[in-house]
Design a protein around this ligand. Structure first.
Ligand SMILES: [Zn+2]
Ligand SMILES: [Zn+2]
Length: 528
């Protein structure tokens, strides 16, 4: 999420979510922190969405819950995806449809939209004009010269904006470390066709539910090889329905059939297109691999994972590949066939853009620190003054005054965790506890204490879950607790909380020494 401020008004560009990593157990999604704009919701004149990926639109329902009538500005497909998502949250957005080449005024911001190519159709870059200067934000993009829909990144438009003078250029850093140019989506055709030409039984394709063009290639291959296709998984069925209705997905007549109808067809005629390309445990592919899905995979079936391998998901994905292989399924993935190209511009494309736009200032966005720095280096190599290449992190404030941009401060911008139906209730502290539970289990100590003397009125009781089960494990802990409570400094404390922390500390130290493990120790002190 990027927020622009001018003349007392705010313009939000994209509002996505992050997905949790292994050290964030139990978290559903992670939202941007709205703290710094929450008291100014009335000043927001619009949310511009560059494209329909979750990391750009997933947070919108949560922002609109705070103020539902903020105009949501985007292209046709982006608006269709966000509208359908908002429907699940019972919100009808105030949608403003724009197309590449359009200019739209939102308060003091004049927004001009530029076609860019990415791994989802209908993506836009946005130029924002104010009295302070001209900003160009690429959104996510690449420069595929032969896209399936012939809609290339509009470099002529970038050049016109460059001629006008781009004061601040925000560029996609995802692939800044990758040399050369990202290859065309069409270069996947031979490998996809190869799968369809040789698979003896069913073909199961997993992909992002938004990757319309990748799925188009799969549909074309299935059609060419006389197979039928069914979509499996709620988001896949929903998104492909939207893409078909709007004409972004072209489905030959009779090709796509209901899954139930496919069950009675010979295996060699069947293609299933499902979700779960990132190893998400609840998605169709994981459940098939774990044999908990109604679709049972058998020896001779082929799984085509036509997707990226997002860092952090490797273990989950390799786990699925192994399970599928154990079932006798042949797995074709980006590690053994050319079945994926990135949706993001590589270094060559970024340099190309810097040379065309000739920006005064550059702000690399969309990436981890190493990507931002790699992108910054590219900008400098094309001649941008190193002082004018700004590296920000979440919450960094940048002032653009008279065409000059400088980092000027920092606002609160932490991670907001969605956990079940709660938003922001799970904190870093909760996650520390969850990690402790994960690593060492939990030990609960029940202490019945005489509040006047601090002496234990009855022997301590220990309950352990996920910790070693050995009847002597707590031998010695009780004596140490007794000693700790008898120390002069702690006598007559009569403060149950204080007693709890003394007992917890003593038991933790004991277990740490005796077992080299640190379970979560909770203590319940009962006044005798
Ligand atoms: Zn994207
Ligand atoms: Zn993105």
């Amino acid at each position: 999420m990027t927020v622009f401020e001018h003349a007392g008004k705010l313009l939000v560009v994209d509002c996505g979510v992050l997905f949790p990593e292994e050290h964030q157990p139990g978290i559903d999604v992670i939202l941007p922190d709205f703290t710094s704009i929450r008291h100014r919701l009335g000043d927001i004149v619009g949310i511009v969405l560059t494209h329909g990926h979750e990391d750009h639109i997933g947070g919108v329902p949560y922002l609109l819950k705070e103020r539902p009538d903020i105009p949501v500005i985007g292209s046709e497909l982006t608006l269709a995806f966000i509208t359908s998502k908002l429907k699940e949250h019972r919100i009808t957005p105030k949608a403003v449809h724009v197309e590449a080449g359009d200019t739209h005024r939102a308060g003091p911001f004049e927004c001009e939209f530029v076609a860019v190519n990415h791994s989802i159709p209908d993506s836009l870059a946005v130029a924002i004009r104010t009295d302070a200067g001209l900003v160009l934000h690429t959104g996510d993009f690449r420069m595929d010269q032969f896209p399936l829909d012939d809609r290339i990144t509009d470099l002529r438009h970038f050049a016109r904006l460059g001629d006008e003078g781009v004061d601040l250029f925000l560029t996609d850093s995802t692939n800044a470390e990758v040399p050369g140019f990202t290859t065309s989506e069409q270069e996947l055709t031979p490998a996809i066709n190869q799968v369809f030409a040789t698979a003896p039984k069913r073909i199961i394709v997993s992909s992002f539910a938004s990757h319309v063009h990748r799925i188009q290639q799969v549909l074309d291959a299935a059609h060419a090889h006389g197979r039928k296709v069914a979509f499996v998984g709620r988001s896949m069925v929903k998104n492909m329905g939207i893409a078909r209705d709007l004409g972004y997905l072209k489905i030959p007549r009779g090709l796509v059939v209901d899954f139930k109808k496919l069950q009675s067809m010979p295996d060699a005629k069947v293609t299933l297109v499902c979700t779960g390309s990132q190893g998400e445990p609840l998605a169709a592919l994981s459940r098939m691999a774990n044999e908990t899905h109604q679709i049972q995979l058998n020896a001779g079936d082929t799984v085509l994972m036509a997707s990226s391998l997002i860092p952090g998901n490797e273990n989950a994905i390799y786990g699925i590949i192994n399970k599928l292989t154990d079932l006798g399924v042949k797995v074709v993935h980006k590690g053994n066939a050319k079945v994926h190209v990135s949706g993001h511009a590589s270094a060559g494309e970024l340099v190309y853009c810097y040379n065309i736009v000739k920006p005064t200032h550059v702000l690399p966005v969309h990436g981890e620190s190493k990507h931002l720095h790699a992108n910054a280096e590219l900008a400098v190599r094309t001649g941008v003054d190193p002082e004018n290449v700004l590296i920000g992190r979440d919450g960094t404030v940048i002032d653009l005054v008279d065409g000059r941009a400088r980092i000027s401060g920092q606002v609160e911008a932490g991670l907001v965790y969605v956990d079940g139906h709660t938003v922001g209730k799970v904190t870093e502290e909760t996650l520390v506890e969850r990690r402790l539970l994960q690593e060492g289990g939990v030990v609960t100590v029940v202490a019945i204490v005489d509040a006047d003397t601090n002496a234990l009125a009855e022997p301590l009781e220990f309950l352990a879950k996920g910790f070693v089960h050995d009847e002597h494990v707590f031998d010695g802990a009780a004596d140490k607790v007794k000693n700790a409570l008898a120390r002069p400094a702690t006598s007559k404390v009569a403060d149950l909380e204080k007693l709890e922390s003394i007992i917890a500390e003593t038991v933790s130290r004991h277990l740490e020494r005796a077992y080299r493990r640190a379970p979560l120790v909770t203590v319940v002190v009962v006044d005798a």
